[in-house]
Design a protein around this ligand. Structure first.
Ligand code: SAM
Length: 205
């Protein structure tokens, strides 16, 4: 794992955390609602950010969240303290590339718009597979490089700007990364062309 790169991306998220809520208008609330409506039991959210998903979880879960950015976690903590959520939430400062949880811990592992910025995405995806129970599911909503070659090339050109200002890569080949992590994509819905996708992924058996 490239520790220097991890620190650099973490700093960028700390920097944008104050304005993140107003910046992040890319994901529709109805997509979050649809993604999370059926999760149950012991749930892990990786890269929780400012807690944009909190209002869309069912009532009867136990939610554990991680993020490596203290700045983003501060906003998530404020939300937990002000929203009176009907379920229990634990927030941890932790790197998705090296989680402290034992194998087979969670019924559901969630990530929304996270794998554009995890410095070593395959390592992070493997970790999600490790901590998810064998009969559990990994549920993701991610933006990725377009399969349209012209749009994909434009995303490649734009990528250095987004990484340097914000920390997010707009041209990640997330489906390839999931396959490289040894995880199995069971369902794939295109929400915005091939750029924003809902994915249901089975952990490593
Ligand atoms: C674009 S934001 C998305 C936040 C939230 N999931 C949402 O849907 O609004 C990406 C988040 O992933 C976190 N992140 C990126 N790499 C991470 C890593 N290696 N470990 C933990 N969190 C990470 C960032 O700090 C940031 O909060």
């Amino acid at each position: 794992m490239d520790q220097k790169l991890t620190e650099k991306i973490k700093k960028r998220y700390n920097r944008v955390s104050r304005i993140f809520n107003s910046m992040d208008r890319m994901i529709k609330e109805s997509w979050r609602e649809d993604l999370l409506k059926n999760v149950k039991g012991n749930v892990l959210e990786v890269g929780v950010g400012t807690g944009a998903n909190f209002l869309f979880y069912p009532d009867d879960i136990h939610l554990t969240c991680i993020d490596f950015s203290p700045g983003m976690l501060k906003h998530a903590r404020n939300k937990v303290n002000t929203l009176s959520l009907p379920y229990q939430v634990t927030l941890n400062e932790m790197d998705a590339q090296q989680m402290d949880f034992p194998d087979n811990t969670f019924n559901y592992v969630i990530a929304t718009c996270v794998y554009c910025s995890v410095p070593d995405p395959v390592k992070g995806l493997k970790e999600m597979g490790r901590v998810c129970k064998k009969d559990g599911k990994i549920i993701m909503l991610e933006h990725m490089r377009s399969e349209n070659e012209i749009v994909g090339k434009m995303m490649d050109i734009l990528n250095p700007i987004t990484v340097n200002t914000w920390g997010a890569n707009v041209n990640r080949k997330t489906l390839d990364n999931i396959n490289s992590a040894g995880l199995l994509i069971e369902e794939k819905d295109d929400l915005f062309y091939s750029i924003i996708r809902k994915l249901i992924v089975a952990p490593i058996k």
